[in-house]
Design a protein around this ligand. Structure first.
Ligand SMILES: [Zn+2]
Ligand SMILES: [Zn+2]
Length: 303
């Protein structure tokens, strides 16, 4: 605590309200320390910004520098952006100039985007055939188009907004994906099951790939690869940083862990601890928890 006191005194950190919990069902507004950008991070020369970087500006000061992707996904027009756990509302969004102007938002609202993701396989580099499914690794092009957002508080949707003219976020990267060949014994809503399984697989990626769950993205399609149901997990970094390769090599284990996560959760039909994701571009629809367990068991080799 001595170090905390000293850092607070010199102004390097400060106590903030942690609003991140409002995305969970069990809402708890807690206090935590945040690094205070005033001393170093905000003093850099504006001319040193690279192309594609976007400055987040409040009261004439640069709060943060975002990648183009992060700017579009998290600081689009109307968004509530969390900076050092404090909420800011986006007032001006100018991607061409690389500038987003925000103002402090002192309330419990937050926003989540609505988007469509398309994935195209450019080259398959590895294949592993199993009894009931095939596992692939390859190079893909992912295109994510935001078409709206929702204003929420405590998990409750306050309103929906449409967004027009936001450019798609495109990356060429590496993905690991499964193609289900035999659907025998998989009950319920297959689309909801694939989607729920995709969320659960992503939730456990940090256990196997030394990454944050937000470093990867997912797509599930009922008429997916080769016309068969497919779940893709892709590396969120352009060109890939090795996450997909690692997931490919441990996919059975990944499915086993995801299956445990979903099965051991005592909710009835899915919750943020198992198959829901607050970053889901489809507003967590559709989801079928029970179908996802069967799909994950199939990949984990349990039936
Ligand atoms: Zn649950
Ligand atoms: Zn989703």
């Amino acid at each position: 605590m001595e170090a905390v006191k000293a850092l607070t005194k010199e102004g390097s950190i400060h106590l903030v309200t942690d609003y991140t919990g409002i995305r969970q069902k069990a809402f708890r507004r807690s206090k935590k320390y945040a690094y205070n950008g005033k001393n170093a991070a905000c003093k850099f020369n504006l001319s040193s910004f690279k192309d594609g970087e976007v400055k987040l500006i409040c009261d004439g000061d640069v709060l943060e520098v975002l990648s183009r992707r992060q700017a579009i996904m998290e600081a689009h027009p109307g968004a509530i952006y969390l900076h050092q756990a404090e909420p800011y509302r986006v007032k001006e969004f100018n991607l061409d100039e690389g500038v987003i102007v925000v103002e402090p938002a002192k309330n419990n609202f937050y926003t989540t985007t609505l988007s469509r993701t398309d994935i195209m396989v450019n080259k398959v580099t590895r294949v592993e055939k199993h009894d009931r499914y095939n596992l692939y690794l390859g190079r893909v092009s992912v295109s994510e188009q935001i078409y709206g957002y929702m204003l929420k508080t405590y998990d409750k949707v306050i309103s929906h907004y449409d967004l027009d003219g936001i450019p798609p976020v495109k990356i060429d990267t590496v993905a690991a994906w499964i193609q289900i060949m035999d659907l025998k014994g998989i009950p319920g809503d297959l689309e909801g099951g694939l989607h729920a399984a995709e969320h659960a697989l992503i939730a456990v990626t940090p256990l196997l790939a030394m990454c944050d769950r937000w470093d990867v993205g997912g797509v599930s399609i009922i008429n997916g690869y080769g016309g068969k149901p497919a779940i893709y997990i892709y590396d969120g970094f352009p060109g890939g940083i090795g996450i997909a390769e690692r997931l490919y090599s441990h996919f059975g284990d990944l499915a086993k862990r995801a299956c445990e996560l979903v099965k051991e959760c005592d909710c009835k039909d899915g919750c943020p601890r198992c198959v829901m994701s607050y970053k889901c571009g489809n507003n967590n629809e559709p989801l079928d928890k029970h179908c996802s367990i069967k799909i994950l068991e199939l990949i984990a080799g349990k039936n």
